[in-house]
Design a protein around this ligand. Sequence first.
Ligand code: ADP
Length: 400
Amino acid sequence: MNVLVINAGSSSLKYQLLNMEKETVMATGLVERIGDKTGTITHKKINGSGEEKTVIERPFPNHKEAMHLAVDLITDPEKGVISDKKEIYAIGHRVVQGGEQFNTSIRINDSIKQAIKDNNPLAPLHNPANLVGIEVAEELFPGTPNVAVFDTEFHQTMPPKAFLYALPYEYYKELRIRRYGFHGTSHKYVAHKAASLLGKKPEDVNIITVHLGNGCSMAAVKKGKCVDTSMGMTPLAGVMMGTRSGDFDPAIIPYLVKHKGMNVDDIDNVLNKQSGLKGICGMNDMRDIHAKAEQGDEMAKLALEMFVYRVKKYIGSYAAVLGTVDVIAFTAGIGENDDIARRDICMDMEGLGIDFDTEKNKGRFGSPQAIHKEGSKVQVWVIPTNEELQIAQDTVATLS
Ligand code: ADP
């Protein structure tokens, strides 16, 4: 059984074709700069002996054209992996914002598309693009079921005390202002994987999931259910990120308006694109920051210290929320590859039951790896995330 996973952005389209019996990836692709004068598709055919890459440069006026070429490549006699698109059982779509309507993935029909549209104001950059992906798939794969898998659904189990802001309550009722949280498929995948690595069911363990990529978020997962997460109504909140501020005093906004003459768009741009690691040291790629810090760059060192400190603080607060922590699980680009950040985050937390093993921690891991000492009360793991597999699994589960 093959499932196609689609993640449509405003000017990009990512796809992955998975074989669900073997849980393997057959092909992946990324189309970039859709709508520009020239675009690129990078398609990879994946088999046991490695991958075969095809790069084609040409304009893609819209997502339909992009998807057309992707389907041609997937079914190409040489570059492809299936002979007919009918061999695709279902299509799973990443949809960023499901609001409060969706606490689970769902088969797409007209009313679901309308519900996704109704959430556009909450995710103006993502939901409209996700919908385009859905409509193109419906057109190109008539009769094949489409399933929406929401980035927010895993976090819908948060209780009101965790998801409400201490703002006038009517803002929640009228404008749906509340914490939704994001990266849900990653937190779910990692939490379930962590439980299985311990030989337990998700409902028998408490886990802090730490997703550190360009965007960073954490979740407190109690007995398989998310009870709190660091991102908020938008992905700006929580820990410090590549270019996003994370938490800060909201009164700074009116202060900036008064003292720097900034308007709403200026502030939005600064908080999302000019803050975080980049705001402190001018760089947002962790590899560059480490290289500079090693050369003695004080601002790079400061950015690293701030990043680590904020993740540490969230671990402490989620430990308090969970009462008992069985596992802390690191994932995504920084979480999976940056042993220095992991070490500095976990250092000096013996009081919380974390006995970290700096030797086991060294290196980058393509598969799950324990990085705690034998007997540590809290286990610490690196677990590579697999959002596409989670979306594909949720797609199959939704349809069966
Ligand atoms: P996205 O949120 O865009 O999916 P990723 O999960 O790919 O991002 O993570 C990107 C981040 O991971 C970048 O900050 C990058 O520097 C960092 N990263 C990737 N490899 C390494 C590495 N070997 N050491 C430190 N950081 C790394």
